[in-house]
Ligand binder design. Structure first.
Ligand code: ADP
Length: 387
């Protein structure tokens, strides 16, 4: 007999943030005995109509988060920029928080996150902290480096590559991390889930391919094609990061593999993550399914891949802002083993994440070929003015 305290009644679970991650989490929630609550400012957000109860509110505001959470059994997040003090108080009053407030606090500030890796001897690029631009301009000897805003950056915004002193002007005049630039051979991400007993499971690694202009994930293939010893190191590191964070939940550990097959932790997301979207169709238990199992105290799921997979992000086209239209969608839907996920965002903007497409095949070349084909076939544009 599986003993879950929540089998007898529906657990009330809140999600802070109502974007696409919340939306996909809610799609899976429909399979489980759970009553869902979402808080987000925008009542037209991608999650609003999929939850049982939508609460309009600011997830960074103490009172809003506390009042949202005080009658819930558990809370999870789909973005780190939440009010951690309110979560701490809720935890002290018995509300379960996934990940816990300590893990969110460490991760949401890149300075604290880097200090955490250092304190736990987790290899991550060497760094210094800069408080402002004057500080940054003194760091010529540290170049080439990457400047990362401590709080509030997202999807590559808040990250600047500084190769020479002439690039200093691109830096941030606010507390930031200045990190040594790694010569990256591959970027990979590993998803790990940990339950309240401290048991862990790990998904096969995913390998990322980036758009150099938008500095945003372009497409991704899983499993990653990397040397066996690099994979072992990466898996061991990902598990260590999560164990040291000492929090149940699901985590995406993003890593670099350099030319010597050394593995460096870049950053960790303490939540479901873009790099795990292929698990919806590609793996027995998806990242969303897994998080519900953790929250509801059910057994952890099976992370094995059913087939190899790739994901293409569906991004708003350049020079298009306004009501979204999806060109080429019908052609993409004719393809076999291809799964379209649109996030229900009414308005498109250049580079905005509007959806993703998953491709399944055990042939890596076919995955890459189809991913590139879909990138050409499908575009998100705006309804021309006057229509
Ligand atoms: P975000 O939190 O916005 O996703 P990241 O820290 O992941 O930002 O950085 C975005 C991208 O910048 C990475 O995926 C990588 O390509 C590049 N980058 C970040 N840090 C380094 C580094 N130390 N050396 C080389 N490239 C880096």
């Amino acid at each position: 007999m599986v003993s879950s305290p929540f089998i007898e009644r529906k657990m009330k679970v809140g999600i802070l943030g109502g974007g696409q991650l919340g939306r996909m989490l809610l799609q899976t929630a429909a399979n489980y005995p759970v009553e869902t609550f979402v808080m987000e400012n925008d009542a037209n957000c991608p999650s609003a109509h999929l939850c049982h109860h939508f609460v309009s509110g600011n997830i960074q505001d103490f009172d809003a988060v506390y009042n949202f959470g005080k009658n819930l059994d558990a809370i999870t997040i789909e973005i780190e920029a939440v009010n951690v003090d309110a979560l701490e108080k809720l935890e002290s009053e018995g509300v379960k928080v996934f990940p816990n407030s300590g893990a969110i606090k460490t991760i949401k500030n890149k300075i604290l996150q880097k200090q955490f890796y250092k304190a736990n001897q987790i290899p991550s690029p060497e760094f210094i902290v800069t408080e402002n631009l004057t500080d940054l301009y003194r760091q010529t000897a540290f170049l080439p480096a990457v400047h990362k805003i401590a709080q509030g950056g997202y999807d590559g915004r808040g990250v600047q590559l500084l190769r020479t002193a002439a690039d200093f002007e691109k830096g941030f005049d606010t507390p930031s991390v200045l990190e040594k630039m790694v010569t990256i051979k591959k970027e990979i991400a590993l998803m790990v889930a940990m339950n309240s007993k401290g048991e862990t499971v790990i998904y096969p690694a995913a390998e990322m391919f980036f758009d150099p202009i938008l500095n945003l994930l372009d497409f991704q293939v899983s499993p990653a094609q990397i040397a066996q010893n690099a994979l072992w190191k990466a898996e061991a590191l990902a598990l260590r990061v999560v164990k040291e964070l000492r929090s149940p939940g699901i985590f995406a550990v993003e890593m670099f593999i350099d030319k010597n097959d050394e593995v460096w932790v870049n950053e960790t997301a303490p939540r479901v993550h873009n790099s795990g979207h292929h698990t919806i169709e590609g793996n027995f238990s998806s990242q969303f399914d897994m998080l519900w199992r953790v929250i509801l105290d059910f057994p952890l799921g099976n992370t094995d891949a059913i087939l190899h997979s790739a994901i293409v992000n569906v991004l708003g086209s350049e020079n298009n802002s306004g009501q979204a239209i999806y060109k080429g969608l019908g052609d993409v839907l004719k393809l076999d083993n291809v799964f379209v996920h649109l996030y229900g965002k009414k308005e498109t903007k250049p580079g905005r994440k509007m959806g993703h497409v998953t491709i399944l095949s055990n042939e890596r070349q076919e995955l890459i070929h189809t991913a590139l084909k879909i990138k050409k076939m499908l575009s998100v544009e705006s309804v021309p003015a006057g229509n």
